[in-house]
Design a protein around this ligand. Structure first.
Ligand SMILES: *[C@@H]1O[C@H](CO)[C@@H](O)[C@H](O)[C@H]1NC(C)=O
Ligand SMILES: *[C@@H]1O[C@H](CO)[C@@H](O)[C@H](O)[C@H]1NC(C)=O
Ligand SMILES: *[C@@H]1O[C@H](CO)[C@@H](O)[C@H](O)[C@H]1NC(C)=O
Ligand SMILES: *[C@@H]1O[C@H](CO)[C@@H](O)[C@H](O)[C@H]1NC(C)=O
Ligand SMILES: *[C@@H]1O[C@H](CO)[C@@H](O)[C@H](O)[C@H]1NC(C)=O
Ligand SMILES: [Fe+2]
Length: 467
């Protein structure tokens, strides 16, 4: 506990800031939750689990998942796997469930990893979709046909309400299944922003890629119906020279496509999308990000393109957190923070979501950008232009919870708790969003942590007009 911002002078700006972000009792600051959960081992669901079952029928499409297919949300990438033979890569779709009058032709690929050979992995982008519309689609044309549906987002614009779920480090343990079930019980969440570390197949001997397939079947009950926006984590690297596997991200790249070209990115590991009133930038913690690298140049050009009159909410996703006060992966995000944090402050990013640390944590609005090698200014300071940093690496994978925290709780850390769960970011309009974190032990209606977000770009104008 301890007082909020020990030693910081009590400026009026600071007080205002505290009131504006809207948390009551902020003056107490820096909470380490007292919630005590049952300590249990986190174990993976066995291969014969109900949710890993292969759908019946010859060459039936499995592991169906969808993600946004272009910059503005009028396209969707539909992906699935067939095991017996390639079959058709065609998607039939339409707005009338009984008459799928449109069609698009995709492609399939497959890969080998050590002694594993994948099924036929199909990807098909369907385009020119109408906004805010329910679509039905069918895959497996010619053999076993399976039908699903999804709703397109409303047109991109400043006052469009939209609700995102946040899930990270999911894996395929019994706890992962509880996290997904808990997330699904929220009727409002429309799209998942996934923070990296998907299947954890690499924890198995020879990175047993069968666990990529079981993971795809496990999450299908959500990913076939609403888009999951993908961020790559360290468990996607699958770099195993001892197995002769020297091309990083091979399984991930084959299985999970993202629309990186539509945001002028040269790599699927960093890209952006607009969805409703949000501009979402996905960064790559495990691709080069130093000066002159492709990711650096792309981000440098990308941030000025964000038009906050069109998409007021600027959200960044990455795997390794910059502000983390657990004794796990401590400071792993530090070098990327040093490179990009000044930009996040300059462009007033609203919130940065990360995973990697298997626990939950939320920061105050802080920045640490004054240091110049000789001036000794290397402490995070309160900064109303800085994002809130949130770690939601608590999906429930087999590695278990991160429970060991740095003590005392650093002044940048607003709330931390090591429990499995997920978060929800509910955009209400141009200026307000309501954020909640839900630990798995509670019912869906309970928020273990919550915060009203006042849009970082628009709050200055609003403040001014209010005075
Ligand atoms: C791959 O090799 C491992 C041992 O190295 C073996 O246990 C496994 O059955 C093999 N898998 C296939 C698909 O051949
Ligand atoms: C996973 O969760 C689903 C939905 O709650 C349930 O039907 C299923 O039995 C669970 N499976 C396992 C292996 O926990
Ligand atoms: C930003 O978006 C607004 C609203 O869509 C639009 O009127 C304006 O022209 C855009 N500005 C630029 C520089 O594109
Ligand atoms: C917690 O982490 C610190 C730093 O790595 C270590 O010194 C300490 O022994 C750990 N405590 C426990 C209970 O594991
Ligand atoms: C935006 O949403 C907040 C919270 O629901 C509400 O208090 C505020 O009045 C809304 N602003 C406008 C302009 O509608
Ligand atoms: Fe990770």
């Amino acid at each position: 506990m301890g007082s909020w911002w020990r030693g910081a002078p009590c400026h009026l700006e600071l007080l205002l800031a505290v009131i504006l972000v809207g948390v009551v009792n902020r003056s107490d600051g820096g909470v380490t939750s007292g919630f005590v959960r049952k300590v249990e081992k986190t174990i993976d669901m066995p291969l014969d689990s109900d949710i890993f079952r292969v759908p019946p029928g010859y060459n039936a499409p499995q592991q169906v998942h969808i993600t946004q297919g272009n910059l503005d949300g009028t396209a969707m990438i539909i992906s699935w796997v067939t095991e017996d033979e390639p079959g058709s890569s065609e998607v039939l779709y339409g707005t009338d469930e009984d008459k799928l009058e449109l069609s698009a032709e995709g492609k399939y690929t497959r890969y080998k990893f050590y002694n594993y050979t994948s099924g036929y992995i199909h990807h098909c982008t369907i385009r020119h979709l109408k906004y805010d519309t329910e679509y039905y689609y069918a895959v497996g044309i010619g053999h076993t046909v399976r039908k699903f549906w999804f709703t397109t987002p409303p047109a991109v614009g400043p006052d469009v309400p939209y609700t995102f779920g946040l899930i990270g480090d999911l894996g395929q343990s019994y706890d992962s299944n509880v996290t997904l079930t808990h997330y699904e019980s929220n009727p409002k969440a429309q799209t998942v922003l996934f923070l990296g570390d998907l299947s954890y197949a690499d924890n198995y001997p020879n990175h047993d890629n069968v666990r990529w397939d079981t993971w795809g079947r496990f999450i299908e009950r959500s990913t076939a119906y609403q888009p999951w926006i993908w961020t790559a984590g360290n468990h996607e690297i699958d770099f195993a020279p001892n197995l002769g596997e020297t091309v990083p991200f091979k399984p991930y790249r084959h299985r999970y496509h993202v629309p990186y070209r539509s945001s002028s990115s040269s790599s699927p590991f960093w890209y952006s999308i607009k969805r409703a009133s949000a501009y979402i930038i996905v960064l790559a913690s495990y691709s080069a990000y130093g000066k002159y690298t492709p990711q650096y140049k792309w981000l440098e050009a990308e941030l000025p393109k964000v038009n906050r009159s069109e998409t007021p909410w600027l959200i960044v996703l990455m795997h390794a957190p910059w502000y983390n006060s657990y004794n796990y992966h401590y400071m792993e995000g530090e070098s990327m923070r040093v490179m990009y944090e000044p930009w996040f402050v300059k462009y007033k990013v609203d919130v940065v979501f990360a995973g990697h640390v298997h626990a939950y944590e939320r920061s105050y609005r802080v920045s640490n950008i004054a240091y110049d090698i000789v001036n000794g200014k290397c402490e995070p300071v309160p900064d109303e232009s800085a994002p809130v940093y949130i770690t939601v690496g608590d999906g429930g994978n087999l590695e278990g919870l991160a429970t060991n925290m740095t003590e005392p709780q650093p002044s940048y850390s607003a709330f931390r708790e090591s429990s499995f769960g997920h978060a929800v970011f509910e955009i209400k309009n141009q200026t307000h969003a309501y954020y909640t974190w839900h630990r798995n032990q509670d019912g869906n209606a309970v928020a273990a942590d919550s915060l009203w977000f006042y849009n970082s770009y628009w709050k200055t104008a609003n403040e001014a007009s209010a005075m």
